[in-house]
Write a protein that binds this ligand. Structure first.
Ligand code: FNR
Length: 183
């Protein structure tokens, strides 16, 4: 059966490049992977006071992560870090203490930007945050996608061949990473 990979999108924007990249990856994924693209509109603010009776949206998000066979992050960089909405979702998923819903899940990190630096600081930020609460992060290839502004047509379809090649190579290798850590 295909490994189910929750693909978290770090932007809430309707025309988000991160969302379009996640959707493109879902189409390019080999048959051994099934990507579920998840936006974070519905994950309410983490508040430790609510942990005794967690809001339904936290429980649903945590269960989705727990049921998955891996998690892919596709995110822009906001002010040299990950967007707050993604950090909030990680905080929600990481609790209760010692019971992170990301535990043991093979992880992939893909940053992007219309600019030249490819959101590298967001990727590095995730590499700092995740080791204490998630499973093994795929180390290679590193992927910081720059100049994504001309990669999609008005229907959101990927039209930039150089990006398609990079995404295909990445998702094929992530399939190997997911297989290895779900054996
Ligand atoms: C940005 N942007 C940005 N880009 C970058 O390369 N480094 C940065 O630090 C920032 N900082 C930043 C902060 C805020 C608040 C916004 C709104 C934007 C630009 C960003 O890469 C661009 O808006 C992307 O298109 C956002 O990603 P999505 O929504 O297309 O996925």
């Amino acid at each position: 059966m295909a490994h189910h990979v929750v693909t978290l999108v770090g932007s809430l924007r309707k025309e988000s490049f991160s969302l379009k990249i996640a959707n493109a990856l879902a189409k390019l994924a080999p048959s051994s992977l099934k990507l579920e693209v998840v936006t974070l509109h519905g994950v309410s603010f983490f508040n430790q006071d609510l942990e005794a009776t967690p809001p339904a949206d936290w429980s649903a998000f945590r269960e989705k992560l727990q049921r998955s066979n891996g998690v892919l992050f596709v995110t822009p960089e906001y002010n040299r870090a990950i967007p707050g909405v993604l950090k909030n979702a990680i905080d929600v998923g990481s609790r209760p203490y010692g019971k992170s819903s990301f535990n043991g899940k093979p992880i992939g990190i893909i940053s992007n930007a219309p600019g030249q630096l490819g959101g590298v600081n967001a990727a590095k930020n995730l590499q700092n945050i995740l080791p204490g609460l998630a499973g093994p992060i795929m180390q290679q290839p590193e992927i910081y996608l720059n100049a994504v502004g001309d990669a999609f047509d008005d229907k959101g379809e990927l039209v930039k061949e150089s990006l398609r090649t990079v995404l295909q190579a990445y998702i094929d290798l992530f399939a190997v990473h997911a297989e290895k850590h779900n054996a």
